[in-house]
Design a protein. Structure first.
Length: 512
């Protein structure tokens, strides 16, 4: 790959390499100081310098190997991602230390708690360093390291959000438990409540999710039904070394193309009538290669694992929201409730559908408050607690969903590149993306909303992202448009189609 990208490229390369080298030195220095601090607290200052020096060598070797093994030279974006990765790793270790310390400081005392927290953090830091070195050496030399670093940063940030979310739940439970059983026993009661709440919410959310095939209204097919599609899929699956998926066809005109299934052996490839009829044979092969690349890259397993904070926070939000509505409203009779004259447009207000749920839930917000003052006084404490939990869960959900979207976009980019390697034709995948994007643009908004539940899984998002929800001539309309664009930028699960096409065109030029 040529590094001469235009006027000034040699200067840019020198600056990029220098920035990457300084970043590597900085990361090693931070690791050295952190190790000295933790080692001195947990074990003692005598051997801290030697241990810190040994630990500091690890990032130098790993990042040096990346620079030597990659095609071309390190870029400024790589240096930026390394800084973000180092910061996220440091924050992660600090969060672990604080969690362990706070959990044992009351029963064990300050000194013992600091020693225990230091030992646990050191052990975890050594494990993270070993895994990082193993991962770096296992990745191929042609890897896009910028993409790898971006995914690593996203995963670490999601781990931090999960720790922070659970720590907030623990803190609320600890305050309540302390009032009832005292601080010593309250620590363990709060820990048990946090673990139990995590298990219950996670289990409920994952077991209550309907089958994606049912949502997509897809019917499994055999080779006799669709011999051409089955033959193409068999060919691509063999090239990628993944099991042959079950092929299901959805009878919708929306251009759906997705794979579902936690394990490669249970994968279902879902193609819609709209997608198949919009593509040529070469384009359909490229789409199938993109989807099976997700299977080869274990994206379903990765995204399911990293979506844990989203699932947990969203589950808590839903349950606390119901409790808030019951405390803030009155019981109603379904038969006597009348819908408003005009149904709110889900695209009209940023976040309404995600933050407050579907339309059958926001209606409770308009009910008059309970007229029984005594009951309201008795329930005020419960309402306040529910409000605190709702705020915590909503903040965790918004942040974790935005970070998950970053990781999802990175996985889509990786799948595009894998598909090109399999088919050997960036132009075929680019043509497929253009054809599917045109079909989505022509689809009525109402039809796209019907398949919105599977939008994030398809090769292109099945939602009218470009639609402006407000009148650009009014102040309110412009504000709503800005919020709409912010929502798209933060939460979209796929890179912009124009960006994907530009990258594919660059790959096509490289192959000429």
């Amino acid at each position: 790959m040529s590094t001469e990208t235009g006027w000034g490229s040699p200067v840019v390369n020198v600056v990029s390499v220098a920035a990457y080298a300084l970043t590597t030195i900085g990361v090693a220095a931070i690791g050295w100081f952190v190790t000295v601090f933790l080692w001195g607290i947990a074990i003692g200052p005598d051997s801290a310098l030697a241990a810190a020096t040994a630990i500091a060598v690890v990032p130098v070797l790993a990042l040096g190997y990346v620079a030597v093994s990659m095609e071309g030279s390190p870029t400024l974006s790589m240096a930026a991602y390394v800084i973000c990765l180092a910061g996220a790793a440091a924050a992660f270790l600090a969060a672990v230390w604080a969690t362990v310390f706070l959990f044992v400081v009351i029963p064990l005392g300050f000194d013992t708690a600091a020693t225990a927290a230091g030992l646990v953090t050191l052990a975890l830091a050594a494990a993270v360093a070993a895994v990082s070195v193993a991962a770096v050496t296992a990745v191929g030399k042609s890897t896009d390291w910028t993409l790898v670093f971006r995914m690593a940063v996203a995963i670490l940030l999601l781990v931090l959000i999960t720790i922070g979310f659970l720590a907030a739940i623990w803190l609320v439970a600890f305050v309540l438990s302390t009032l009832l059983v005292g601080p010593v026993l309250g620590v363990y009661v709060a820990g048990g409540i946090t673990v139990l709440a995590t298990v219950v919410l996670g289990y409920h959310e994952y077991t209550q999710v309907e089958s994606i095939e049912q949502r997509a209204d897809a019917t499994p097919t055999s080779a006799a039904d669709l011999p051409g599609i089955h033959a193409t899929t068999t060919k691509v699956a063999t090239q990628l070394g993944v099991p042959m998926p079950t092929i299901a066809i959805s009878e919708t005109h929306a251009p759906e193309a997705m794979v579902v299934g936690f394990r490669p052996s249970d994968t279902h490839l879902i193609l819609s009538y709209g997608a198949v009829t919009a593509l040529t044979d070469a384009e359909l092969e490229a789409v199938i290669a993109h989807e099976l690349a997700h299977v080869a890259n274990r994206d379903a397993m990765v995204m399911t694992a990293v979506s844990a904070p989203v699932v947990l926070a969203d589950g808590l939000r839903a349950r606390v929201r119901d409790d808030l509505l019951l405390h803030g409203g009155r019981e109603w009779d379904e038969d006597e409730w009348k819908p408003p004259a005009e149904t709110p447009d889900p695209d009209g207000e940023w976040g309404d559908d995600e933050i407050f749920g579907p339309d059958d839930e926001w209606r409770a917000m308009t009910l008059s408050p309970n007229s029984d003052d005594d009951d309201n006084a008795n329930e005020s404490d419960g309402w306040l607690l529910s409000l605190v939990l709702f705020i915590i869960a909503t903040v965790a959900w918004l942040i974790s969903r935005a970070i998950t979207a970053v990781l999802s976009r990175a996985r889509e980019t990786a799948a595009d590149r894998t598909a090109v390697e399999v088919t050997g034709s960036p132009a075929a995948l680019a043509g497929a993306l253009r054809a599917l994007d045109d079909r989505i643009t022509q689809m009525p908004t109402r039809d796209l909303r019907e398949v919105a539940s599977v939008s994030s899984l398809s090769i292109l998002p099945l939602e009218p992202m470009a639609t402006d929800p407000g009148d650009p001539d009014s102040v309110l309309g412009r504000a709503r448009n800005r919020l709409h664009r912010l929502r798209v930028r933060l939460f979209r699960s796929h890179p912009p189609t124009e960006q994907r096409l530009a990258e594919l065109e660059a790959l096509e030029r490289e192959r000429r």
